[in-house]
Ligand binder design. Structure first.
Ligand SMILES: *[C@@H]1O[C@H](CO)[C@@H](O)[C@H](O)[C@H]1NC(C)=O
Ligand SMILES: *[C@@H]1O[C@H](CO)[C@@H](O)[C@H](O)[C@H]1NC(C)=O
Ligand SMILES: *[C@@H]1O[C@H](CO)[C@@H](O)[C@H](O)[C@H]1NC(C)=O
Ligand SMILES: *[C@@H]1O[C@H](CO)[C@@H](O)[C@H](O)[C@H]1NC(C)=O
Ligand SMILES: *[C@@H]1O[C@H](CO)[C@@H](O)[C@H](O)[C@H]1NC(C)=O
Ligand SMILES: *[C@@H]1O[C@H](CO)[C@@H](O)[C@H](O)[C@H]1NC(C)=O
Ligand SMILES: *[C@@H]1O[C@H](CO)[C@@H](O)[C@H](O)[C@H]1NC(C)=O
Ligand SMILES: *[C@@H]1O[C@H](CO)[C@@H](O)[C@H](O)[C@H]1NC(C)=O
Length: 426
């Protein structure tokens, strides 16, 4: 009897919960039976989460019109919810949106899952975007999970011709596809980003960020389409991703600490880069970087550290480890360049004031498509310190015949351990 009552209570409880979450969901006006049913199934799976589906707020899939308004209304509902756990759904289908700002703080929500199953397409009207902003920006949220297997399509091909940043240092910056600002405890898992107008993914002032199983693609000729750019962030971990772009696969800017990049397949692109550092005054240091178990194929650089000549302030980059990296036909597999100076407005004669130290290259092997496989060109003003190369084995790519690879060093006395091909600098 006792058993029966508790069973009865459990059923009642379940029904109540299901219905109560259910009524949360259907405030939108565009519901039909299919979407009601599929929503109900989801509610049953996660009975304590508030479910917000953009369709319920008027978004229409596979419709050429801009759906931004519906997405914003849905976000408002999700973020202002009093539920602790919210599931925000962008279902299958194509949606034209943007720019979009998903801003917090979402005061009472501790767990906000954005499930993107569909294919989001960015507006191609450049007048809609502010310089340096994002197409889709997530800001000031705690506990965001972005997942679902969907695709963010920046539709960059129409915008790339307007990128004149290589020649004009005051250029208007095109939008980054996915920008994360001031976020804590973020997980980004199983999403694709294709043809961003500018960077694919950028982190600014984020803490505890984990990105995994990302698929990032843009053609090798697309300008500034960095895969992942990280700035002023700490405790960041990216793993198990494929990145093919026209610029850096991963770039690590100023003010970062405790950054781990692992199991990345990179190429085409410009490789994995620390920098460029020292362009602006008051830049913060970079420390505690680990890049390991990565494969670079056909990239212009493998591991690069680059700092501006004539940098306006003092800063440092220290404690950086690059380990178990396979280079396949990479132009500059290992390169430190402290006289970066792409515009005629700067002068490369003035040495960089960025101090580089405690740099470990361990188990770096594969092929170089240029003669100089290891280039360590440090600043005359602040020479590099504690640079270690351990088991470096880089041979020339097939296309270079039998020419031997070499090393080139300036303002550095590296420490060599184990195998060294090319032979060390004297
Ligand atoms: C979906 O559910 C809502 C709320 O229960 C209801 O108002 C609406 O009529 C339903 N739509 C269809 C097509 O059944
Ligand atoms: C109902 O909603 C589902 C899921 O959102 C959608 O695939 C379907 O086309 C809709 N049907 C109608 C008649 O609007
Ligand atoms: C958040 O929770 C607090 C305390 O329970 C409550 O007073 C407040 O109204 C909630 N805010 C929202 C937006 O639900
Ligand atoms: C967060 O919510 C998602 C679904 O919305 C759920 O799968 C997950 O278990 C929740 N995590 C925590 C820590 O509550
Ligand atoms: C993130 O954490 C930091 C440090 O605990 C805190 O200062 C900041 O306000 C948090 N951000 C948000 C959006 O809550
Ligand atoms: C990655 O994205 C590209 C371009 O959209 C696509 O062709 C490829 O199938 C995707 N790969 C995976 C594993 O999702
Ligand atoms: C160097 O960085 C690693 C990885 O981030 C960290 O575990 C270690 O404590 C750092 N070492 C020093 C001396 O700060
Ligand atoms: C290696 O890279 C060079 C220059 O980047 C290119 O010309 C050549 O075709 C590549 N070789 C292979 C085998 O991919």
């Amino acid at each position: 009897m006792k058993l029966q009552i508790s069973h009865y209570l459990r059923v009642l409880c379940f029904v109540f919960f299901t219905l109560s979450s259910y009524s949360f969901v259907l405030h939108g006006d565009n519901n039909n039976i299919t979407s009601n049913l599929s929503l109900r199934n989801r509610v049953r799976d996660k009975s304590s989460a508030l479910i917000v589906n953009v369709i319920s707020f008027g978004a229409r899939a596979n419709n050429q019109k801009d759906q931004t308004k519906a997405f914003v209304a849905a976000w408002d509902k999700a973020c202002k919810s009093s539920s602790r756990s919210v599931l925000f759904i962008i279902p299958r289908g194509e949606f034209y949106v943007g720019p979009l700002r998903f801003s917090g703080p979402c005061t009472n929500v501790t767990n906000l899952t954005v499930q993107v199953e569909g294919h989001l397409k960015a507006s191609t009207d450049l007048s809609k975007y502010r310089s340096g902003s994002g197409w889709i920006e997530f800001g000031w949220i705690n506990g965001l999970t972005l997942t679902g297997g969907g695709t963010f399509d920046g539709q960059g091909a129409l915008a790339w011709p307007y990128n004149n940043c290589a020649s004009d240092h005051n250029c208007k910056l095109l939008p980054t596809s996915l920008k994360f600002v001031g976020m804590n405890r973020t997980v980004v898992r199983r999403i694709s980003s294709v043809n961003s107008k500018f960077f694919h993914i950028a982190l600014v002032e984020c803490r505890d960020f984990k990105g995994t199983r990302l698929n990032i693609t843009a053609p090798s000729y697309s300008p500034n389409t960095d895969g992942i750019h990280i700035e002023r962030s700490s405790n960041v971990y990216f793993s198990r991703s494929r990145i093919a772009t026209g610029d850096d696969c991963v770039s690590i800017g100023q003010g970062n600490s405790q950054i781990t990049i692992t199991s990345i397949k990179c190429g085409p692109g410009h490789g994995i880069s620390v920098g460029s550092l020292g362009r602006y005054p008051n830049e913060k240091d970079v420390k505690g970087l680990v890049v390991r178990d990565c494969k670079m194929s056909g990239t212009t650089n493998g591991i690069r550290i680059k700092t501006w000549a004539d940098s306006p302030g003092l800063s440092a980059a220290t404690n950086m480890t690059f380990q178990n990296i396979i280079m396949s036909n990479v132009t500059n597999p290992i390169i430190i360049d402290q006289s970066y100076c792409p515009f005629s407005s700067c002068t490369s004669n003035v040495p960089s004031k960025v101090k580089l130290s405690e740099i470990y290259f361990k188990n770096i092997r594969g092929t170089s498509s240029s003669k100089v496989a290891v280039q360590l060109h440090c600043s005359r003003g602040r020479p590099c310190q504690k640079v270690y190369l351990e088991n470096v084995h880089l041979e020339q790519s097939e296309n270079r015949g039998n020419e031997a690879v070499s090393s080139s060093c300036r303002n550095v006395r590296a420490n060599y351990i184990g195998t060294q091909i090319p032979p060390p600098c004297h």
